[in-house]
Design a protein around this ligand. Structure first.
Ligand code: AMP
Ligand code: ZN
Ligand code: FE
Ligand code: FE
Length: 280
């Protein structure tokens, strides 16, 4: 089956790309997207690990943007890596600065922690901070860390540096990627229906319909929006590793059983956006 949303150790996943590929093979996944937060550094290792097997790697990423003061995630599939390089460096540097600020806030609150060292192409996020809080013995679970300090209204929370959802979608389009709104019902800033027109105006091409956080009724509503606007349908488990992962929430690989038939339209769209004729 199809897995179009997964994280590795290059962002806040707990499996390396090689380990993720091995788990995906065991779970019966036939096509696996690597969609780390704001980085594409995991692709090469995943492609190399999958090469001997009947597993296709879909190159992707999950861009963090801010819309109406809340975080809004945009998945991008099949971007041109070279064109994405410089703008992503800026996003990653912003994530490093943000992580540092959150660590400083926690220290001021009386909870000093040390984050593991990370290379410049890795994306630090709140789950890493939650893990450090657990390691320091301040809390038992990531959930607790989010409830006490790291949630969007928490005392140690720092938003992403200014980068609008429209900017994110336009950046992906300039880089030849297919932009897809990730887990729309996790967005806390406004209703899905009221946000969608602006994202469509910026060049959105699809919606992540299948996600562990979406209820059946919400899936129906998203499917209807996709039909209405001619949008691609994608789905994935937003896998961050085997339980307990850094987010403290867990969904197994391939648990959503997303049909493989959703992949060819995505590939065709990617070719069209890059200015090629669709393959017959
Ligand atoms: P960041 O990109 O640094 O804002 O971190 C976002 C990540 O934190 C996402 O991958 C979520 O899975 C995780 N996350 C967000 N809110 C919570 C929460 N309340 N409890 C546990 N994990 C969360
Ligand atoms: Zn994540
Ligand atoms: Fe996300
Ligand atoms: Fe994700």
């Amino acid at each position: 089956m199809l897995e179009l949303h997964c994280h590795t150790t290059f962002s806040d996943g707990t499996l390396t790309p090689t380990q993720l590929v091995q788990s995906a093979l065991l779970a019966g996944v036939k096509a696996l997207a690597i969609t780390d937060h704001d980085t594409v550094a995991g692709w090469n290792e995943a492609i190399a690990a999958a090469a001997p097997h009947a597993l296709e790697i879909v190159p992707g990423l999950e861009l963090s943007t801010v819309h109406l003061g809340r975080s809004l995630h945009i998945l991008g599939f099949y971007p041109d890596r070279d064109r994405l390089q410089a703008p992503l460096q800026e996003r990653l540097a912003g994530r490093q600065r943000r992580a540092k600020k959150m660590v400083e806030k926690l220290a001021a609150l009386g909870y000093p922690i040390e984050l593991p060292s990370m290379s410049g192409e890795m994306a630090p996020g709140r789950p890493h901070i939650a893990a450090a809080l657990i390691k320091a013995g301040y809390v038992k679970t990531a959930q607790e860390a989010f409830e006490r300090w790291l949630g969007d209204q928490g005392s140690a929370y720092v938003p992403y540096e200014k980068f609008s959802a429209a900017d994110g979608i336009q950046l992906l389009r300039r880089c030849g990627a297919v932009p897809v709104w990730a887990h729309p019902y996790l967005f806390r800033g406004s209703s899905v229906a009221s946000v969608l027109p602006e994202l469509l105006g910026a060049g959105l091409r699809g919606i992540e319909v299948y996600h562990p956080s979406h209820r059946p009724q919400q899936i129906e509503e998203l499917l209807s929006l996709c039909r209405q606007h001619g949008l691609l349908i994608t789905g994935g488990s937003d896998y961050h590793g085997p339980a307990p992962d850094l987010t403290g929430k867990h969904m197994g690989l391939n648990q959503l059983q997303v049909p493989l038939a959703l992949l060819p339209p995505l590939q065709e769209q990617a070719l069209q956006l890059r200015g090629f004729q669709p393959m017959m």
